[in-house]
Design a protein around this ligand. Sequence first.
Ligand code: AMP
Ligand code: MG
Length: 302
Amino acid sequence: MALKKILSAILLACAAHAERFEAAESHMGTVVRITIYAADDSAIKPAFERIAELDRELSDYNSDSELNILCSTAHDWPVLVSRDLYRVLDAAQKLAARSDGAFDVTIGRVTHLWRQGRLADRETLARVGWRNLVVRGGTAYLKLAGMQLDLGAIAKGFAADEALAVLRAHGVKQALVAMSGDIAAGDPPPDKEGWTVKIQPGGREMLLKNEAISTSGDTEQSLEIGGVRYSHIIDPKTGLGLTNHLAVTVIAKRGLDADPLATALSVMGEPRGRAMLAKYYPRATAFFTTSQADERGSINSK
Ligand code: AMP
Ligand code: MG
């Protein structure tokens, strides 16, 4: 009993000495901000290194990434992939099935054209379709040559989870990893109920602990052609960027769910999206907002 008291006194003393540390680095095409309460900031570097490692595996911008090598080689037979890539592809395919193809990481050919300010043609769309990607037993396989995978709607949420896991492994539990619209929260800051995160558009404030939040919408990136504003989120059925000006925020236990769900729900719209959540993700929460053209779609955290 006495030992228990001494131990809890030591723990309290340690918690009282926790200082706030914050650092930012650029990874995955965005600024990643890590905030922790700890005795020192030594856990932050390995957490950023983990994100950099995931970027090398999952990026479709880097021709040497594991993902891009998979796209150019995995046509004739299944290829063994890393544990990280497998986890992301497997989660992506589950959501593709549950969302009836609204979420589709085989959209890469279309998104690469979008980045050049161009809309997809029929030939490009012929190389899109989640059923043409087979993920099983640690391997992946693309049924058609010329397919391009794009994990831009899921990789950041997963990376935020993994950075949080590295911090935790270093004994740091009070932490927040923010990758623009994708945030993973650990235990709350000292004497707080949670981490305060502000959702844009709308400015709603949320308190988060041990959960992840992601926002998708066309306020961060859009392309205007012929007076129509196309979102960077593509409806895989048409190959066109969304024009519904919807912003969707999802709170789930893991960024690996919140990030792709926010994208999928943007494509599905509220009625279909809510029906899918109720069926497969009853513990996730979603907010649907119509975004304004001049609003910045980001999440601020403190
Ligand atoms: P997010 O900001 O998480 O909604 O992700 C958007 C990014 O995901 C886009 O920039 C594309 O790279 C990719 N993407 C676009 N549409 C889809 C879709 N329907 N399913 C999966 N990924 C998509
Ligand atoms: Mg997403």
